[in-house]
Write a new protein. Structure first.
Length: 248
């Protein structure tokens, strides 16, 4: 089965709302593609102007996080219905920076994934090992556990629409990109896990991205691996080079 590629930019905590609109004007023409889904995951304060700025293009706007309740006394948080109302279609869940700096657990990731599906948002579910875990030889066990928990209670129809981003923590923002073999090995293992949890058809439908210091130079080799369906891109998504990554 051929899966449509998806390349998402994770802008992290960069760009004011005004700068976001300027950057979208620069990036929109260079990321245009008929073959690849393109998503800009912008800071929450820039979501509304970003949705307006991509109008008339095929670019989708994503959020970088959301909370697992619909509403209530959760100061500073943003909910799935708020994202939907603002015109968001994707949401990154369980990015390693959220896990590390904001103590997001696998259980919270699962709750957020379920909530995203409940509201029709496509979660980009992040997983990935530390350098120590890779050196200990437990990468695949660790990633399997993260994904197994993230998908608890998720139906096969839902999981088919999910995007999973394999992002080795040691490769994020470090300039150290995983080799194509390392990235393919883990993405293939994630697909095997999905076929065990669901079935082959579901596993064949799920899109799995690689993320971690992807550049215009490394994108083509990574994104043409059999189990890699595109990328989640941090630093390089803020530059015109992002167009080269999308059109690898
Ligand atoms: C990320 O934050 O998801 C990421 C992959 O960052 P970078 O491309 O900068 O390593």
């Amino acid at each position: 089965m051929s899966r449509r590629k998806i390349v998402a930019g994770n802008w992290k905590m960069n760009m004011t709302p005004a700068k976001a609109v300027e950057l979208i004007a620069v990036l929109s023409p260079v990321v245009a593609s008929d073959d690849v889904d393109v998503v800009f995951c912008v800071p929450s304060i820039s979501i509304i102007p970003a949705v307006a700025a991509v109008k008339g293009t095929k670019i989708a706007i994503g959020a970088q996080n959301m909370y697992m309740a619909d509403s209530g006394a959760f100061t500073g948080e943003i909910s799935a219905p708020m994202l939907v109302d603002a015109g968001v279609s994707y949401v990154i869940i369980g990015h390693s920076e959220r896990r590390e700096y904001f103590a997001e657990s696998d259980v919270m990731v699962n709750q957020k994934v379920l909530k995203a599906f409940e509201y029709g948002l496509t979660p980009i579910i992040c997983c990935g090992e530390t350098l120590t875990q890779r050196e200990q030889g437990i990468t695949i066990d660790f990633v399997r556990q993260q994904i197994k928990i993230a998908l608890l209670g998720v139906s096969s129809e839902q999981v088919k629409k999910a995007v999973i981003a394999y992002e080795p923590i040691w490769a994020i923002g470090t300039g150290k990109v995983a080799t194509t073999e390392q990235a393919q090995e883990v993405c293939a293992a994630i697909r095997v896990l999905i076929s065990e949890l669901y079935d082959e058809a579901v596993a064949a439908a799920v899109r799995i991205q690689y993320g971690g210091s992807v550049t215009a130079e490394t994108a083509a080799d990574l994104f043409t691996q059999v189990d890699i369906d595109g990328g989640l891109v941090g630093g390089a998504s803020l530059k015109p080079d992002f167009g080269k990554i999308v059109n690898y």
